[in-house]
Design a protein around this ligand. Structure first.
Ligand code: UT7
Length: 339
C-alpha cells in the first residue's frame, strides 16, 4: 500500500484589534522602545480585551477564516486539535470550545500542551492521524492569550508576549509534497527556568498562590535564551542533514518568534540568510503556539508548491523541535479564489 503523506492545504488567522505598543508599555513598567527593540525586536503586540474572552474566542475565528479561505464546510472537519498553554479553563478543552463555536459538529477535539513548541508537537500528531488513513480533514489551531498569564509589573517578561490564534488544515497530499520529517524533543528539567507554578493540581489557586504571583509566567531570560539558541539550531541542522537539504535548498526558515536575536543566531548556524527567515515578531511579539502558523499566514502569498520550509521552535518544558515541510500549494488561497 502506498504511504499517505499529510499536507498543509490552507492557513487562517485571528488577531485581536487592541495594539499595545512599546510607548504604552513604557508607561506601565520601567522600559523603553529602544531597549525592547534592541534586546528583543518587538515594536507592538496584540491584546485580547473583553470579559470572559479566552483563547477559544481567537481560535474559533482563526478556524472560520481557514474554512472560508479553503472553501471547506465546518461539518467536513473530522478532528480539531488546539495547541495552547492558556486554555479557556481546565476543562473542557479549548479545542472542544473552538469546534463548538465554529460548528465543526462532526469533529472530536482535544488540546496539546507543549508551550511555544505546541504547534510543532500538534502538527506531528495531526499528521499521524492523516498518515494512518484514519482521517482526511484535520484542523490544528495554535491559540494563546498570553496576556492572561503575563505580569504587567515585570519588565523582564511583559514586553515579550502577545495574543493571537492561527490555524492550518491538514489533508492527505495529492503528490510528493507535504510534511516530510519531524524531530521533536522534551526536557522536563527546563521547569527550573520557565514555568507557571500556580493554578494546576500541584498548587491550586488560593489567596496565597495569587499573593506569591504564581499565576504568572516565571522566566529566567538568560538560561532560556542560551538553551533556545543551541537546541533550535541543533535540531534544525539535524533535520536539514537528515533530508539532504543545503541552505540553498531551503526557501524559508519559519522560526518561533521569541526574540529576534535568537532567530538571527539560529539562522546563522543553519547558513540561512535573513531574507529567507519568516519574521513578524515586531508586529505581534511572542504569541506562543500561534507564532509559526501566523508566520505561514503572513508569508502565504510568497510560498510556492514544492518549496522546502523548515519550521523550528523552542519553549517551556523545555520543548523543542524542527519539521521539514514541502509546501503543497501556490500563493494565497483567498486571493486565488477571488481572481
Ligand atoms: O518563547 C519561550 C522561550 N523564551 C525565550 O526564548 C526568551 C529567551 N530570553 C530572552 O529573550 C532574553 O533573555 C530576554 C528578552 C528575556 C531578556 O534579555 P537579556 O538581554 O537576556 O536581558 P537580561 O535579563 O540579561 O537583563 C539585562 C538588563 C538587566 O539590568 P542590569 O541587571 O544589567 O542592570 C535587566 O534588569 O536589562 C534589564 N532589563 C530591562 N531594561 C529595560 C530587563 N528587562 C528590561 C526592560 N527594559 N524591559
Amino acid at each position: 500500500m502506498e504511504k499517505i503523506r499529510a499536507a498543509i492545504t490552507g492557513v487562517g488567522a485571528y488577531l485581536p484589534t487592541y495594539v499595545l505598543n512599546n510607548e504604552e508599555l513604557s508607561q506601565m513598567v520601567d522600559t523603553t522602545d529602544e531597549w525592547i527593540m534592541s534586546r528583543i525586536g518587538i515594536k507592538e503586540r496584540r491584546i485580547l480585551k473583553g470579559d470572559g474572552l479566552g483563547s477559544s474566542h481567537m481560535g474559533y475565528q482563526a478556524v472560520l477564516d481557514l474554512l472560508d479561505k479553503t472553501g471547506t464546510s465546518a461539518d467536513e472537519i473530522e478532528v480539531v486539535i488546539c495547541s495552547t498553554v492558556t486554555p479557556d479553563m481546565q476543562f473542557p478543552s479549548t479545542a472542544n470550545l473552538i469546534a463548538h463555536k465554529a460548528e465543526c459538529t462532526n469533529a472530536y477535539a482535544f488540546d496539546v500542551s507543549a508551550a511555544c513548541s505546541g504547534f510543532l508537537f500538534g502538527l506531528n500528531v495531526a499528521c499521524k492521524l492523516i498518515e494512518s488513513g484514519a482521517h482526511k480533514k484535520v484542523i490544528l489551531v495554535g491559540a494563546d492569550k498570553m496576556s492572561s498569564i503575563v505580569n504587567y509589573e515585570d519588565r523582564a517578561t511583559c514586553p515579550i508576549f502577545g495574543d493571537a490564534a492561527a490555524a492550518v488544515l491538514l489533508e492527505p497530499s495529492k503528490d510528493e509534497n507535504g510534511v516530510i520529517d519531524a524531530s521533536l524533543h522534551s526536557d522536563g528539567g527546563g521547569i527550573v527556568h520557565l514555568h507557571m507554578k500556580g493554578g494546576g493540581s500541584a498548587y491550586p489557586s488560593t489567596h496565597e498562590t495569587v499573593d506569591r504571583k504564581w499565576h504568572y509566567i516565571h522566566q529566567e531570560g538568560q538560561p532560556v535564551f542560551k538553551a533556545a539558541v543551541s537546541h533550535m539550531a541543533d535540531v534544525s541542522v539535524e533535520i536539514m542533514r537528515r533530508n539532504n537539504l543545503t541552505s540553498d535548498d531551503v526557501k524559508y526558515l519559519v522560526p518561533h518568534q521569541a526574540n529576534m536575536r535568537i532567530i538571527d543566531a539560529v539562522a546563522r548556524r543553519m547558513g540561512i540568510s535573513a531574507d529567507k527567515c519568516m519574521i513578524n515578531i515586531h508586529k505581534y511579539g511572542n504569541t506562543t503556539a500561534a507564532t509559526i502558523p501566523l508566520c505561514l499566514c503572513d508569508y502565504e502569498d510568497k510560498l510556492k508548491k514544492g518549496d522546502n520550509i523548515i519550521l523550528a521552535s523552542f519553549g517551556g518544558g523545555y520543548t523543542w523541535g524542527a519539521i521539514h515541510v514541502k509546501w503543497a500549494y501556490d500563493g494565497d488561497k483567498r486571493r486565488k479564489s477571488i481572481l
